[in-house]
Design a protein around this ligand. Structure first.
Ligand code: SDX
Length: 436
């Protein structure tokens, strides 16, 4: 953080002593006003529910320029990573700050491959769930349960433990997601096969059975791998902030990542891809493209809670660059599968076109986000709608870990403990029940 020559001065209209606040500059993006001494000097807190104007940390991992529609992982544009790299290279970059050379990549891939199996006891956790349990309920349980098996790598303050836990989590998420899927359809679990690539392995664990192996389709594997890359990290979003706050207590990495899984489940966050596809299917059921006008009217109606799922973003006030890449991937996958006329894809493109010409959305800077097209791609690949957010969690695990490790590795970090503006009852005495 570079101190700015400019200072902020806080003054009070009642003549209370004013205060000078330092300003820091980052390498790119908005400056920050350092308010760490504010309460000590003024007895006042700042107030920012939802953290619209609050930086919770300084970070070197991911940068988003919401106005330009730009997303950089460690400085590399997402478009270049999605085109020139695979997911494990991106994992290495997010964890270590640089892209791997050939030797580093081979070593990293081998380390991940050697941790893809989960302890045999893990399968018994699934038996406790109903077969129709939501996969995110299962994943929240399974990821938290991992902390019961790896007492040798749960000391978050030990760099070696953090390293091993990172590899274990990245390696085991595909296995757990595939197990949650197989359990939901009553099929036996498929073990990982380590001569396959990371994403081939995942697709095989999802779609192979003991009776018929999975025939790898390179276009679909590449599309899935790109979905992982696009979802890998995204600054201090709700689930990443959850992981940081949870990890700040010193809890083990598995428990902190389980908290991220739970937060990601929400429809305003990672659950939006499932909600967006359900929305498209609902419009399709009601009559498809002809019904878009009616649906848009409902979204604009202040009395309805209907939102255009997959649209809007707290940071992107221009097109989400991931949505562009996801739409391209949609074309590739649907062409490969001979689904060019997929009605949902046509409906999605019609809905996008209408929304982008409608002042309600334009004036609120609401553009498609990563979730708008990702559901159509995943559905075409054969991923059930309820599993979309679990796939998002699989991909985001590396971002959560990188952000958690960055926080723990910062000598200045403290346990997170926000304050509040109290507007409740002032002190009063308890009356005996006969007098209440
Ligand atoms: C992700 O943070 C991240 O980086 C998240 C994420 C990641 O990679 O981690 O990018 C992943 O979560 C993407 C977002 C997925 N969520 C959705 O698609 C759900 C639908 N979108 C909205 O719920 C909403 O846009 C949010 C939650 C994404 C952002 O909400 P904000 O920034 O708090 O904005 P807001 O709710 O205050 O909306 C501003 C205005 C409001 O209208 P007015 O009150 O001004 O009249 O825009 C309207 C909102 O009603 N609005 C929408 C809308 N989103 C916002 N109206 C219709 N449809 C929508 N989708």
């Amino acid at each position: 953080m570079t101190p700015s020559d400019v200072k902020a001065t806080l003054s009070f209209s009642d003549g209370s002593p004013s205060m000078e606040l330092p300003i820091y500059k980052g390498s790119v993006g908005p400056d920050v006003i350092d308010i760490r001494k504010l309460y000590g000097q003024t007895g006042k807190f700042t107030y920012d529910p939802g953290f619209l104007s609050t930086a919770s940390c300084n970070s070197t991992i991911t940068y988003i320029d919401g106005d330009k529609g730009e997303l950089l992982y460690r400085g590399y544009p997402i478009e270049q990573l999605a085109t020139n790299c695979d997911f494990l290279e991106t994992c290495y970059l997010l964890l270590n700050g640089e892209l791997p050379d050939a030797t580093q990549k081979t070593d990293f891939v081998n380390r991940v491959s050697n941790h893809t199996m989960v302890n045999e006891q893990m399968q018994f956790f699934l038996r406790g769930f109903r077969r129709d349990a939501h996969p995110m309920a299962v994943m929240t349980g399974l990821v938290g349960a991992l902390s019961a098996f790896y007492h040798d790598s749960t000391d978050i303050n030990n760099p070696e433990h953090r390293q091993v836990a990172a590899i274990r989590l990245i390696a085991k998420m595909p296995t757990l997601v595939a197990m949650a899927y197989k359990y939901s359809i009553g099929q036996p679990f498929i073990y990982p096969k380590n001569d396959l690539s990371y994403t081939e392995n995942f697709m095989r664990m999802m779609f192979a059975t003991p009776c018929a192996d999975y025939k790898v389709n390179d276009v679909l594997v590449r599309a899935m791998d790109r979905i992982f890359i696009l979802h890998a990290d995204h600054e201090q979003n709700a689930s990443t902030s959850t992981v940081r706050l949870c990890g700040s207590s010193g809890t083990n990495p598995f428990a902190a990542i389980a908290a991220g899984v739970a937060c990601l489940w929400g429809p305003a966050h990672g659950g939006a891809n499932e909600a967006a596809l359900n929305m498209l299917e609902e419009i399709q059921r009601k009559g498809g493209v002809e019904k878009i006008g009616e649906f848009i009217a409902e979204v604009k109606d202040k009395n309805s809670a209907t939102k255009l799922m997959g649209f809007g973003h707290r940071v992107y006030k221009n097109y989400d660059p991931r949505a562009k890449l996801m739409r391209e991937t949609c074309h590739e996958v649907l062409n490969e599968l001979g689904l060019q006329n997929d009605p949902l894809f046509k409906l999605a493109m019609a809905l996008e076109k209408i929304a982008l010409e409608d002042d309600y959305f334009v004036s609120r800077k609401l553009y498609p986000n990563v979730d708008f097209y990702s559901g159509i791609v995943q559905r075409a690949i054969g991923i059930p709608v309820q599993l979309f957010t679990a796939i998002f969690a699989l991909a985001r695990t590396v971002g959560w870990i990188a952000q958690l490790n960055e926080m723990i590795g910062d000598p200045e970090y403290k346990i997170g403990r926000p304050r509040q503006l109290f507007v409740g009852a002032e002190k009063r005495d308890v009356k005996p029940i006969g007098q209440r």
